[in-house]
Structures are given as structure tokens and as C-alpha cells.
Design a protein around this ligand. Structure first.
Ligand code: FAD
Length: 369
């Protein structure tokens, strides 16, 4: 049996950021990923927005790690030439009844130390975005976009250069306490089983993180760790609208999502998304039948879009801790000594803004270790 100091499960942006951060510790570290490359699940199926930290209650982990991650991510991108753009974003109210949502975000963002927030009237929205309709707006200059693939490639390469072993095609199928740490059963792509012993296990398995916690013997329902999968689809907008928007434009948020917004890509192309609905079965298909709903939502604030401008594009799955009827749940990032599982660090429910927060999450995990 192979013995190492730290095993990280999952090569999404969170596991990779942790591998990068821990690689300076001079420990033997292995990162196990079931797919044959990094970022094959949620980390490459999202809006790639660098969030500012408007949407989360003060002092929640989501708020603190988003605001800290925003700063760290921007520094990393600048220092290592990772493609990104600080486009800023406008949240628009399309009717008077939504104005209070913007005021709430403005107050909450200020409480979270988000910089530069400003409430906008109809005229100042048009000054920033001449093609956008709204009765009121909220301007967030600390919001941007990042190339998440390049970010993950940076984390992966830096970790490997510093000695971390990334084992693709290796799925963790069992996890038991051993005299010094944990013994993990791992299945490779040929179906062959291997066993690895490690003092520390960092569970960054995304939508599979509750299953990994259960392997360690945690009752995921009693612990509140069960993940509810919430799908988000995107529709591409016809190329004739490339360049029409220069900032991200969001509607007022709903209870489960930030609303179907404009997704500006670094190449100037435009998408709409994501919607939000809970699913039992995992697939990344986009239902063409949802085009009408996307169009109706978008045309309230992006009146230049026609129905035929939209085409199904891609989908991602949110790892939510809350069900459709529940309100806010925070990230779980927890060393499990008090459950009798010292050295096991679970990261569960890492939905948005975990891409933004990834460098701050990695710092938090390093402190926990
Ligand atoms: C539609 C959508 C839009 C979003 N938009 C944004 C945004 O704009 N900004 C933002 O900050 N965040 C956004 N997010 C959230 C962000 O994408 C996620 O929080 C982040 O990607 C989570 O990363 P992760 O590494 O935890 O998970 P993942 O990327 O899912 O990685 C987990 C990895 O673990 C592996 N794994 C699972 N089980 C096992 C096992 N047993 N053995 C080995 N490997 C295993 C998986 O294969 C996977 O590669 C969005 C999410 C969605 C769904």
C-alpha cells in the first residue's frame, strides 16, 4: 500500500487550488480525480464570473471567502497572465417592485466590504449600457470574468511543478480510518483497485462530496451534508450581438439563483444563463423547450434580443445543500475531529461563488491543516 501525507479528492477548481496552495508545505501530496483530466464537471460548466460578494449574508463563509477570493484571484490573474477582465456588472430592476432587491444587495454588499457599489437610475444605466432597459440599477465595479480553464491549468501545473502527483482516472470508492489517518480504496480506469494510506484527506469532490463523506462513515442526513443537484442551462446569443454589451448585466436575483443573466465571454461573445431547477438524474443536456422562458426573461432588460437569436449551449450542476424550499445554506468547510475523524476535511455544498473564492478556500484549508 502506498503511503502519503495528504490526499485531495477532486480536480475541480477547488481541489486544484488546494493542491497549489499546499504544495509549498513540503509534504507528499496526491490528488485523485476520477476523470481523465481536470475540470470535467462543474468547474468548466459555469458563468466564469469573478463575483464581488453582494449576494451572501454578512460573516457567512460565502461572503468572507468570496470577497477575499475576489482580491486573491485578481492578483493571481495579473501576476501569472491568466486571462480575465474586470468588466464590472449592472444588476437591473425591470419593474418598480424589484427596486427593494437592489437596495438590499447594495446594503448587504457594503456590509460585506464590497468596494465601489453605486445605485443607478434609468439614465445612468443607459450611460453605461445603451442597449439595456431598467428602471433602476446597481453598479458593481469589482465584478469581472476569468478564463476558468486557464486558471485550473495554472493551479494544476504549479502544483505538479512543486511535486504534487495528480492521478487522473482514479476514483475513490472507499475510505476507512487507519492507525495513522485513512486508507482509501481507489479504482483506476481499468477497474483495478489500489489502496492509498494518508494522514490527511481533503474531500473536494464537488457534487460527489457527500458520497465521499458517507464513505468515511458520516451520516450525511444527520450532518446536513446531503447535496441537492440544481441544474443551470445556458443559451448562446447570435453573433450579430457580439460587442453590444461591455459589462455583465444581471436581473434582480430570485430565491434559488442570481437570475438568468448575460454571460459575457472574454472573446466578446454573449450567452444567457443559467436557469435553475433541481434534478435527480445527472445529464448536461439543454432542453430546447426552455428557449421561450429564456427569451421572455431576457427581453425585459435586453430588448435587442429576438427569439431566434438563442440556441441551446451548455449546462452545469450546482452542488446545493438547500432544497428548493429551504433558504440560504453556507459552504461547509470542516475538519472533522469532533466526529472522531481527525485529518478529514470536508468541503461540501461548494456552489457559487466557489470559483471566485477558490484561492481563499485553499488558504482556509491550509490553516485548518
Ligand atoms: C451553472 C453554474 C454557474 C456558476 N457560475 C459561477 C460563477 O460565475 N462564479 C463562481 O464563482 N462560481 C460559479 N459557479 C460555481 C462554481 O462553478 C463551483 O462552485 C466550482 O466549480 C466548484 O468546484 P469544485 O472543485 O468544488 O467542484 P467540481 O468542479 O465539480 O470538481 C469536483 C471534482 O471531484 C471529482 N470527484 C467527485 N467524486 C470523486 C471520487 N469519488 N473520486 C475521485 N474524484 C471525484 C469530480 O470528477 C470533479 O472533477 C457556478 C456553478 C454552476 C453550476
Amino acid at each position: 500500500m502506498e503511503k502519503v501525507d495528504i490526499v485531495i479528492v477532486g480536480a475541480g477548481v477547488v481541489g486544484l487550488a488546494i493542491a497549489w496552495r499546499l504544495s509549498t508545505l513540503k509534504k507528499e501530496i496526491v490528488l485523485l480525480e476520477r476523470h481523465d483530466g481536470f475540470g470535467r464537471e462543474t468547474s468548466s460548466r459555469n458563468s466564469e464570473v469573478i463575483h464581488a460578494g453582494l449576494y451572501y449574508p454578512k460573516d457567512s463563509m460565502k461572503a468572507r471567502l468570496c470577497v477575499a477570493g475576489n482580491r486573491l484571484l485578481r492578483e493571481l490573474c495579473r501576476e501569472h497572465d491568466i486571462p480575465h477582465a474586470m468588466t464590472g456588472k449592472i444588476v437591473v430592476a425591470t419593474e418598480e417592485s424589484e427596486k427593494h432587491k437592489l437596495e438590499h444587495l447594495f446594503d448587504q454588499g457594503n456590509r460585506n466590504d464590497v468596494s465601489g457599489l453605486r445605485l443607478l437610475n434609468k439614465r445612468s444605466i443607459l450611460g453605461l449600457e445603451p442597449h439595456v432597459l431598467g428602471v433602476a440599477g446597481l453598479w458593481s465595479p469589482a465584478t469581472g470574468i476569468v478564463d476558468s480553464h486557464q486558471l485550473m491549468a495554472f493551479f494544476a501545473q504549479s502544483a505538479v511543478d512543486a511535486g504534487v502527483i495528480i492521478a487522473y482516472g482514479h476514483e475513490v470508492t472507499g475510505l476507512q480510518q487507519a492507525p495513522t489517518g485513512y486508507c482509501m480504496e481507489v479504482r483506476d480506469t481499468t477497474g483495478e483497485k489500489v489502496f492509498i494510506e494518508s494522514e490527511v484527506v481533503v474531500n473536494a469532490a464537488g457534487i460527489g462530496a457527500d458520497a465521499v463523506a458517507a464513505m468515511a462513515g458520516i451520516d450525511i442526513d444527520a450532518a446536513g451534508y446531503r447535496i441537492h443537484r440544481c441544474k443551470g442551462e445556458y443559451f448562446a446569443v447570435a453573433d450579430r450581438h457580439r460587442g453590444k454589451l461591455s459589462h455583465l448585466v444581471y436581473p434582480a436575483p430570485t430565491a434559488v439563483s442570481l437570475g438568468t443573466h448575460s454571460v459575457l465571454k472574454l472573446d466578446g461573445s454573449l450567452k444567457l444563463g443559467p436557469n435553475a431547477f433541481y434534478v435527480d438524474r445527472l445529464n448536461y443536456d439543454v432542453e430546447a423547450g426552455h428557449q421561450r422562458e429564456f427569451f421572455e426573461n431576457a427581453r425585459k432588460y435586453l430588448p435587442f434580443i429576438d427569439y431566434d437569436d438563442l440556441a441551446p449551449d451548455m449546462a452545469g450542476i450546482r452542488a446545493k445543500l438547500q432544497t428548493a424550499d429551504e433558504s440560504f445554506r453556507d459552504f461547509v468547510i470542516r475538519e472533522e475531529s469532533d466526529r472522531g475523524l481527525p485529518g478529514l476535511i470536508n468541503l461540501i455544498g461548494l456552489e457559487s461563488p466557489a470559483l471566485t473564492a477558490s484561492p481563499a478556500i485553499a488558504q482556509y484549508v491550509e490553516d485548518a491543516i
